[in-house]
Ligand binder design. Structure first.
Ligand code: ZN
Ligand code: ZN
Length: 609
């Protein structure tokens, strides 16, 4: 047997793991001497050793992995070299920040601090131009101003071992991103939409007025008119869409093929029992090689990955394959962290993935017909109409979670607030006249935060303060699920992907009304009017955000096209964390219950009444 040097993929895995870790850490601080090196690299070599009794004497094995990691690109510029917001960097390095950390795991601690230090330079995006307008009027729920500029980032619970590359986390986040992305996973994408007309030069000569074909558009000789650009956009979208659907089909077919391969061995072993299962396996394998026209090595390598797809599918269901991002190939090829714990996490996600896939892509299950699976939608309606469980239990309709308190519970999911005409008539109390109306030319709307023009027309809009909410976008349900909290807070919101500090989580929408009292309603005011946003019967997911005394999101007002909006803004939220707000003292003053946030700084833990 030759030396087991360079076990396939091991160097790659170690290299990536270390690189990813170093990118998150600030290696300049860990190794001050690094600045003296011209082209710093890190060499890693791995050997097999015996750790058993008397192992001191046993020789080391052959090298099993060797890899160098370039450090030049990973090095973090020092705070003084940071191009943006130097004062923020200064604040994050201040002692008050560091003393907040009391974790027992020192490794995680270092990573966490340096992580925040690096990311801290971005700050709340909108506040780079101007501080967020806080509303200081009386609320039943108050909007909270946080005086600390840099709240400590939440830790991802699964990253216990600091050197483990988080490929499972990336796989999971990749799936959530695809499900909430704009690609329609619908077989129609290939069968109906994708048509390329073959280009025949003679046709063009005979019909000079004929429509430009897509292949014309791809060549560089055609006039680049705005019209052709728009056609090219459509063509490129269709190709991308079709190719994405093909990739999903590829993975589900390959996972199914593995199942059929195993089945075939069982059938043949049962039929011809005097031949061993191993021999049958070999025979089936060789037959497949022949049909594929591939060498044994080629098929074996592919099968290793396909087997991974099958295992992921067995745990997290078909949706996990159909919506998997690029990360699934790496996860299945190198199998880093591909263990029982990973499979348990994937199993717990199964129903949650199906809720999101069914509600956001009602046709996705049609792809499963290709592998002979049922195409019936399990979860219909709005994605936030379902309350999911983190331990993998069956999701339940939202209504069901309120029936104990209110038999007549009903909630309508809306994207934009509705004005209560009985309270306001045709008037919108959210109207915010611009401070210097004279400066406004031709009825243009200027953003009070960034100073740029706001418009629902993409050609005119230049304000990107909250691009997922305002501008020409059609609002889509964000990567957030309503979940049943395990700690008695009833429903809550869980972030499926991370929300960087300053990103909008959503607009607080509901019935714009006035005069409601004794209910959970938010009081807001403009210089001209006091109004309320009431979310009891209509609204969106923001209604289900729980209170925390140490929240990771805050509500702020933002004016879009002269209309005041309440936006929930992230203070830095990791994937998998619960999204929380500070409801404020006025909310708690009227309540006869204790806060369950569990933070050491909790202000309402006990109620003395
Ligand atoms: Zn703006
Ligand atoms: Zn609390």
């Amino acid at each position: 047997m030759a030396a087991i040097e360079e076990v396939e993929g091991l160097s790659e895995v170690i290299g990536r793991a270390i690189q990813e870790h170093l990118e998150r850490s600030n290696i300049n601080i860990a190794w001050p001497q690094i600045d003296n090196l011209v082209r710093p690299i890190l060499r890693i070599e791995a050997f097999l050793e015996d750790a058993g009794p008397g192992s001191d004497l046993s020789p080391r094995s052959e090298r099993v992995a060797s890899r160098t990691v370039e450090l030049t690109d990973i090095m973090t510029p020092g705070p003084s070299r940071s191009p943006t917001a130097p004062h923020q960097v200064h604040e994050i390095a201040s002692p008050s920040f560091e003393t907040q950390s009391h974790s027992s795991d020192s490794n995680e601690e270092i990573a966490d601090i340096s992580d925040s230090r690096r990311k801290g330079t971005s700050g709340l995006r909108i506040s780079q131009h101007q501080t967020i307008q806080e509303d200081h009027s009386e609320h039943q729920r108050q909007m909270q101003v946080d005086t600390r500029n840099f709240p400590k980032r939440k830790k991802v619970m699964s990253e216990k071992f600091v050197f483990q590359p988080s490929t499972l986390d990336k796989l999971i986040i990749g799936i959530w991103e695809q499900i909430h992305g704009s690609i329609h996973l619908d077989p129609k994408a290939i069968f109906d939409q994708f048509q390329i007309a073959p280009l025949e030069s003679s046709d063009i000569a005979h019909h000079p007025a004929a429509e430009t074909t897509t292949l014309d558009l791809l060549s560089t000789n055609v006039d680049k008119t705005p019209d052709s650009f728009s056609q090219m956009n459509v063509f490129c979208r269709k190709v991308t869409q079709a190719s994405r659907v093909c990739r999903s089909i590829e993975m589900i077919v390959q996972a199914r093929w593995i199942e059929l391969f195993e089945e075939q061995i069982q059938i043949r072993t049962a039929a011809v029992a005097d031949l061993s299962a191993t021999k049958h396996r070999k025979a089936v394998f060789m037959e497949a090689c022949q049909d594929f026209g591939w060498s044994e090595k080629e098929l074996r390598n592919k099968m290793a990955i396909w087997r991974g797809y099958k295992e992921v599918k067995d745990a997290a269901g078909w949706a996990s394959l159909v919506f998997a991002g690029m990360g699934i190939y790496r996860f299945c090829k190198y199998r880093v962290g591909f263990d029982k714990d990973a499979m348990r996490r994937l199993r717990n996600l199964r129903k949650r993935l199906e809720v999101a896939a069914d509600t956001l892509h009602p046709h996705w299950r049609q792809l499963l017909a290709i592998v002979g699976e049922h195409a019936t939608v399990q979860y219909s309606g709005h994605p936030h109409e379902w309350v999911v469980f983190e331990d993998g239990k069956d999701p339940i309709p939202l209504r069901q979670t309120y029936l104990d308190h209110n038999r007549f519970f009903a909630f309508e999911h809306i994207d934009e607030s509705i004005i209560d005409e009985s309270a306001w008539g045709c008037e919108d109390p959210r109207w915010m006249p611009q401070p210097n109306t004279i400066a406004r030319v031709d009825g243009r709307y200027i953003c009070a935060s960034c100073g740029e023009q706001q418009s629902d027309d993409p050609k005119l809009n230049a304000c990107f303060c909250f691009p997922s909410l305002f501008g020409y976008v059609k609002r889509k349900p964000p990567p957030i699920q309503v979940f049943r909290t395990p700690d008695g807070k009833n429903n809550g919101l869980v972030a499926l992907t991370s929300f960087d500090r300053g990103m909008a989580i959503g607009e607080l929408v509901g019935l714009i009304t006035k005069g409601v009292s004794g209910r959970d309603v938010m009081d807001i005011s403009t210089p001209l009017a006091n109004y309320q946003v009431w979310q009891e019967r209509i609204g969106n997911y923001t209604r289900f955000a729980n209170h925390s005394c140490k929240p990771n999101a805050q509500s702020s007002t933002f004016t879009w096209l002269d209309t005041q909006r309440v936006v929930i803004v992230s203070k830095g939220i990791e994937a998998g964390a619960e999204i929380t707000l500070d409801y404020g003292d006025k909310y708690w003053a009227g309540l006869d219950k204790a806060c369950l946030c569990g933070e050491s700084c909790c202000r309402y833990r006990t109620r003395d009444r």
